[in-house]
Write a protein that binds this ligand. Sequence first.
Ligand code: UD1
Ligand code: CA
Length: 456
Amino acid sequence: MNLTTIILAAGKGTRMRSQLPKILHSIGHKSLLHHVYDLSVAMENNTINIVIGHGAELVKKTLADFACLWTEQPQQLGTGHAVQQVSNQIDDNSMVLILYGDVPLLQVETLKKLLGKINEKTLALLTVNLQNPTGYGRIVRNDLGKVLRIVEEKDATEIEKKITEGNTGILAVQGKALKKWLSQLGNNNAQGEYYLTDIIALAVADGFEIATSSPANEDEVLGVNDKLQLAHLERVYQLQQAQNLMRQGVTLRDPSRFDLRGLLEVGQDVEIDVNVIFEGENRIGNNVKIGANCYIKNATIGDDVIILSNCVIDTAVIGANSRIGPFARLRPETVLATDTHIGNFVEIKKSIIGQGSKVNHLSYIGDSLVGKKVNIGAGTITCNYDGVNKFQTIIEDGAFIGSDTQLVAPVTVGKNATIGAGSTITKDTPDNQLTFSRSKQMSLENWQRPVKKEKL
Ligand code: UD1
Ligand code: CA
């Protein structure tokens, strides 16, 4: 059977107290709506229709690559009214699944279980038993346990408010029947809204059975209405990801101090210390160790690499068996070959560092091509920028750059060349020779330190 998924995402989200439409706020750097979209995409034979309203243009622009239909609900007159906007696009014979754009952590298995309950004369409803059901619509059942209707909190009697079975809002039913009930909805209730939840009583009146199922975990169906709930679900989501990685064999020193905002592929025997943040797409080989407080974005990290604490790595490739940090910064387009050492307070940008080369202390290497087995002494700077244009520095295999050297680009240091410490190199240097540029050291025998002048 064909599936039509309708995602309700038109609401303003007043309690977020933000200019940004609620569903564009994110968990793990992915918008709430994107989480729900990804879940929908995981279902087969599915047409996705997203109902938007508040901030519609921004939502469409931000999520332009979604393979879905967008339907606008110009005024937000309730969840039933939202689904009515899509009504004429629903195929009678399709199965319709309703999801909420602000319920981001629902799992595929839960949806499959729910959809498994559906047939010609059944409406499947996802409900949840809650310790504190405040704010939720309540599931009203008869003495035999059959679902009769849903009552919204604001319309509920004191007795109904004691019901702990809450409506998640997520349901599935055949298209033809849904369209009929949608056309029968009224707004004669406490909020003056067209409630989607009223279709339950209409379904029962039409002889439908209401089949319920529940998520494995309550967090799956929690919605985001304010920043506190957003923060809560961020932690829930991060813990899920941490647990997934641990199941794959990763050692996390503390899963509650780990953040993954994107994708992470890992090899075997990877160890990650506390407060490490991964963003974008990262790939890590086998036997990699990552120290505390590192921020790592779009990195490819080879086998046996050690990243010591407090490193910032952005869009870089790190060859096998290299050692980075502590306190190193690798900026975009850095490519380190195997066996490299990048030490503390070293910044590397748009440079290739050859096999076995070392930049161990306090250096800036930008727009450079560094060969194999090069040793770059402490405090070496590639002066790659004249204030207007950028230039390249080439350091050939086996070169040794003395400490506190400035390499004024464009410049090439020859193979096995040695540069004396404290040099300012403005011209290419020959292979195998020592080059330095500094005045000769001298001492003044009769020199006196200045003395403080008497005040007049
Ligand atoms: C709804 C349910 C309630 C359930 C709760 C679960 C109804 C009447 N009530 O209540 O039974 O327990 O969700 O979280 O359905 N939306 C639109 N257009 C509108 C109104 C809402 O697109 O005109 C969207 C919102 O953006 C949101 C979702 O529908 O994604 C739910 O709306 P919300 O106002 O949060 O419903 P609740 O009052 O929480
Ligand atoms: Ca809500």
